[in-house]
Design a protein around this ligand. Structure first.
Ligand SMILES: [Zn+2]
Length: 314
């Protein structure tokens, strides 16, 4: 009888220990999974993809980024790219840090956590040539800076390899219409085609739709803005014109720099172009901005702010 009691006691202790350790390990994995449901989904969907377990670890904020994007509106176009392995490491959507105000400048979403002393760099009217584009990309890399390249469809069609280069170098591509025409003067069907054809060619070459739109000459109206929004893009002109397109700055890199610095404020949206004198000015301009304590907005951290009624009208 004593032997049976001892046996039962031992059995009970072992059973309790087994259950306890089971709960502990189960609890750990459950909490880490629930902290990142997207990542769990990715792993179960792509068990054979050797890229998946590592990319989320390459950036300490990636886990947070994924959660943010899952909760944020406007990521409807992202899902179909999960099956594209080369694009997979880029899929983790960064945390949104900035939003655009009514004058096309940027303010931190959380003023206490994020600095407002930043600028957005943009380059319009490309892609034109390997020499100018390559130099811009190298200078941006040197300063760890990101920018939006607002491209025209007819140029992309001529130089798809240059568009690919912008994307491969981790820069953001924006839509600047197909023909660089004044959209305000065009019929709705024409505007729709001017915008939509650029979306299509950029998606075909890079696997991603542009999420930013700038009208040629900064010229738009409510109809253009609505079409842009329905295509899932944030419409912007600029708030700091370098005037690099103007004859007053032609071949004068110092003038480009002076024009930008004259209008410098926290959050400005700087309009530049893929032009030789801008290319020449960029390294010095970025150095001067950094010396004044400015950082560069990563376009992927801009909240698009496209509400769901507009999205569902797409
Ligand atoms: Zn332009």
């Amino acid at each position: 009888m004593k032997q049976l009691q001892a046996y039962l006691t031992t059995f009970t202790i072992i059973a309790i220990l087994t259950i306890a350790s089971g709960c502990a390990s189960g609890g750990n994995s459950a909490s880490s999974d629930s902290a990142d449901p997207d990542q769990k989904a990715d792993q179960t969907q792509s068990p054979a993809n050797p890229n998946m377990p590592n990319p989320p670890r390459t950036n300490e904020s990636t886990v947070l980024k994924q959660d943010e994007e899952a909760a944020a509106p406007g990521n409807g176009n992202e899902d179909d790219k999960q099956t594209n392995p080369p694009a997979a490491p880029v899929q983790a959507a960064p945390k949104k840090l900035y939003r655009m105000n009514s004058v096309y400048s940027f303010v931190p979403i959380n003023k206490e956590a994020t600095t407002g002393k930043v600028v957005l760099l943009t380059f319009d009217d490309g892609p034109k040539a390997d020499k100018t584009l390559g130099s811009l990309l190298d200078t941006l890399d040197k300063h760890h800076a990101k920018a939006i390249f607002f491209v025209n469809g007819y140029r992309v069609k001529t130089h798809p390899e240059l568009l690919e280069k912008i994307a491969d170098r981790g820069q953001t591509i924006g839509n600047h219409s197909w023909d660089h025409i004044d959209l305000k003067k065009e019929k709705e069907a024409t505007v729709k085609k001017q915008i939509g054809d650029v979306q299509a060619i950029v998606k075909k070459i890079t696997g991603k739709y542009p999420r930013f739109f700038r009208p040629p000459f900064g010229s738009g109206n409510d109809a253009v803005k609505k079409l842009v929004r329905n295509d899932g893009m944030l419409y912007m002109t600029w708030s700091n014109g370098s005037l690099d397109w103007d004859s007053s700055t032609k071949n004068k890199p110092d003038k480009v720099i002076a024009n930008v610095l004259d209008q410098l404020h926290p959050g400005v949206n700087i309009l530049m172009h893929e032009l030789p004198w801008t290319t020449e000015a960029l390294d010095s301009l970025l150095t001067k901005l950094e010396a004044k304590g400015y950082g560069f907005i990563d376009p992927s951290t801009i909240e698009l702010g496209l509400d769901s009624p507009q999205k569902s009208a797409k």
